[in-house]
Write a protein that binds this ligand. Structure first.
Ligand SMILES: [Mg+2]
Length: 116
């Protein structure tokens, strides 16, 4: 069973992502902040991580660095989910180590396309 970890401080964003991915057969785990996500991914590395950029405490970039610093999480797909859609933001995200950079509002179709 494929496992995805969703890290987003917004319960409604998590609900959207959980609904779409659970329907596609993913086992979904959720964290409301970056540090919790790092602890969960460390304890049991998932197959995919979706990371909100704007979170209180450790933001998506800090969380990404903490995840990528671990050998078991060096190469797994980590997608940024973000409202930042200015010129250069996607390039910055990919350069930082995100596998994909998805801008809000995210639709089911765009999320599934990114996974295919
Ligand atoms: Mg947020």
């Amino acid at each position: 069973m494929r496992r995805v970890l969703i890290a987003d401080d917004s319960p409604s964003n998590r609900e959207f992502l959980r609904t779409v991915l659970a329907h596609e057969g993913w086992t979904v785990e959720e964290a409301g902040d970056g540090l919790t996500a790092v602890a969960m991914a460390t304890a049991a590395p998932p197959d995919l991580i979706l990371l909100d950029i704007q979170m209180p405490g450790a933001d998506g970039y800090e969380t990404l660095r903490a995840l990528r610093a671990q050998a078991a999480l060096e190469t797994i797909p980590i997608f940024a989910i973000t409202a930042y859609a200015m010129d250069g933001d996607e390039q910055r995200g990919l350069a930082a180590g995100f596998t994909a950079y998805l801008t809000k509002p995210l639709t089911r179709r765009r999320l599934l396309a990114a996974l295919s």
